[in-house]
Design a protein around this ligand. Structure first.
Ligand code: 3EB
Length: 327
């Protein structure tokens, strides 16, 4: 349940021209998109997603706090928090991932939950998972399924966990092992599911031994208005892929899914603070980007990334952060 007194939203999110300038003290997180190899400056708030970006000038995603930020490293995690929310990240190298992805994922999620509790932000709102070669491997040994299995083993330790799952992204990269980063708050948001889709945590056996542990969206009430953290959304109807082989039809279906989700969360009037479009194949990019700009408007905050959706027949996916008009 939401507490009766709402705290003000203590951060904002923007896409800005990519820059490696040192981060100001007010920055909660700065997410870069590009090749993994670039060395970091050791700042725990700098997150590097190893996905190529499409578009004229590369953008970065900056989360700015309106209150002083405390930051540091702890047990391999980079984190920053401001009393209301925290952002944290964990990078696991490919050698560790390849040795045992199931166990690595379970360990990562157990450690994340421990970190959130230790720092006092037990309610996660949103989590991003970027896994190299996500659809490599056959059957239940596919890397995405091994990851899903480990994640489930960690999260299912809590009774009733399905009602508290965060919104999520799981996207394949072409190098870089496993990168996980997450937004968490002092008090929980409200889970939203999509009436057009089977909840991912109820997916049938054909997608793996255990179902994927995420909610379609998390709604968080701040004093200025509400945020809706929308999971990676694709052309999934029920639990099945629609329009296999047709990227534009998949995008249109994705947009319908997003509209249905906004409606079920009672946030039809919301505006996107950030949209990310992922495309599996480079050759689909221009057409997908054009269609997204038609739907969301030429001025929409849109970032286009070359990444693999975690099902082989899904060619595209959109994730979003929505806010109430005045929020
Ligand atoms: C789907 O709807 C597409 O496993 O964390 C989207 C967002 C998808 C998150 C995850 C998977 C995940 O099933 C795949």
């Amino acid at each position: 349940m939401e507490p009766p007194t709402l705290v003000p939203c203590s951060y904002d999110v923007r896409y800005e021209p990519d820059s490696v300038a040192p981060l100001g003290d007010e920055v909660l997180a700065c997410i870069h998109f590009g090749p993994a190899a670039r060395a970091g400056d050791g700042d725990p708030r700098r997150i590097r997603v190893p996905l190529r970006q499409f578009g004229a000038a590369p953008l970065m995603e900056v989360w700015r706090s309106r209150r002083p930020v405390e930051r540091g490293w702890s047990d391999g995690f980079g984190y920053a928090h401001n009393g209301d929310v925290m952002m944290g990240q964990l990078v696991v190298d490919e050698a560790t991932v390849a040795a045992d992805l199931d166990a690595t994922s379970a360990r990562a999620y157990v450690h994340i939950e421990a970190l959130l509790r230790r720092l006092g932000y037990p309610a996660w709102l949103r989590i991003w998972n970027y896994l190299a070669h996500i659809t490599h491997g056959a059957g239940d040994h596919e890397r995405y399924r091994l990851f899903t299995h480990g994640r489930y083993r960690a999260l299912a330790l809590r009774p009733g966990f399905e009602a508290h799952l965060p919104a999520a992204t799981a996207i394949g990269t072409f190098d870089g092992g496993l990168l996980i980063f997450f937004l968490a708050a002092r008090s929980p948001g409200v889970q939203a599911e999509n009436p057009r889709q089977v909840s991912a945590f109820n997916y049938p056996r054909q997608y793996g031994i255990r179902s994927p542990s995420f909610s379609r969206a998390t709604r968080k009430h701040w004093a200025q208005g509400r945020h809706l953290y929308v999971s990676g959304t694709a052309a999934v109807i029920g639990h099945e892929t629609a329009h296999a082989g047709d990227p534009l039809q998949q995008l249109d279906e994705t947009v319908r899914n997003l509209q249905a989700l906004l409606a079920s969360a009672h946030m039809e009037g919301a505006r996107p603070l950030g949209l990310k479009l992922y495309a599996r194949r480079e050759q689909d990019f221009e057409a997908l980007r054009q269609r997204a700009l038609e739907v969301y408007g030429a001025g929409a905050p849109l970032l286009c990334l070359h990444g693999e959706v975690c099902r082989r027949d899904l060619l595209t996916e959109i994730e979003a952060l929505y806010a109430d008009p005045e929020g």
